[in-house]
Design a protein around this ligand. Structure first.
Ligand code: 5GP
Ligand code: MG
Length: 178
């Protein structure tokens, strides 16, 4: 695999994003909702940079990319969500690719009566978006390649890498045919 963003670059990106969020919200209370499982490392690093009164919740989003489902079909599980009625919600995902996951999360969370909803991702993949919205906060634009590490997985592996790397074609082929 090839390292795309190393630990220092990631730490700087998270700090920049936290500064943008702090400038936007000031001292307003915020509820940050992380999309599992990809958000876990980012969420842990980001919330420690935020100083406003902060509540933390989790949601689960699964996008099906297999041949049997239409591309972009997303299922969302909001069972773990705290009460967000009247709260400023900041939705956090690892990566904005086609954008369908973020749109579906924004729709479903919007239905629960928050006073505002904004979105944030660590990575935006260039040239892939199929939706009209863009995340309100992001740290990096990356090329159209499959990346792992810093919470992002391939077959639930590699989430623990402290950097973001691009998998070579033989690395994805090996595991999926194993
Ligand atoms: P979207 O709905 O925007 O197409 O996809 C978003 C979700 O797809 C992300 O939350 C992530 O789980 C997954 N995803 C998209 N691109 C990548 C990638 O390059 N690497 C990994 N590990 N997951 C990705
Ligand atoms: Mg995801």
């Amino acid at each position: 695999m090839k390292v795309l963003l190393d630990e220092k670059q990631l730490a700087d990106g998270v700090r920049r994003m936290a500064a943008d969020m702090s400038a936007h919200y000031g001292d307003e209370p915020v509820t940050i909702i992380g999309a599992l499982h990809g958000c876990i490392v980012l969420l842990a690093d980001l919330i420690r940079q935020l100083k406003m009164p902060l509540r933390v919740g989790l949601a689960r989003a699964n996008s099906y990319r297999g041949a049997t489902r239409s591309p972009g079909a997303v299922t969302i599980d909001l069972d773990m969500l705290p009460d967000i009625r009247g709260r400023h919600v900041l939705l956090l995902d690892d990566i904005f690719d086609t954008g369908h996951t973020m749109v579906e999360l924004l729709n479903q969370i919007g239905d629960l009566g928050p006073s505002s909803v904004r979105s944030a991702v660590l990575l935006r993949k260039q040239g892939r978006q199929q939706v009209d919205i863009r995340p309100d906060f992001f740290a990096f634009d990356i090329p159209d390649a499959f990346v792992v590490g810093y919470g992002l997985d391939f077959n639930n592996l590699y989430r623990n890498l402290p950097y973001i790397a691009v998998l070579e074609p033989h690395e994805t082929a090996e595991v999926s045919s194993a």
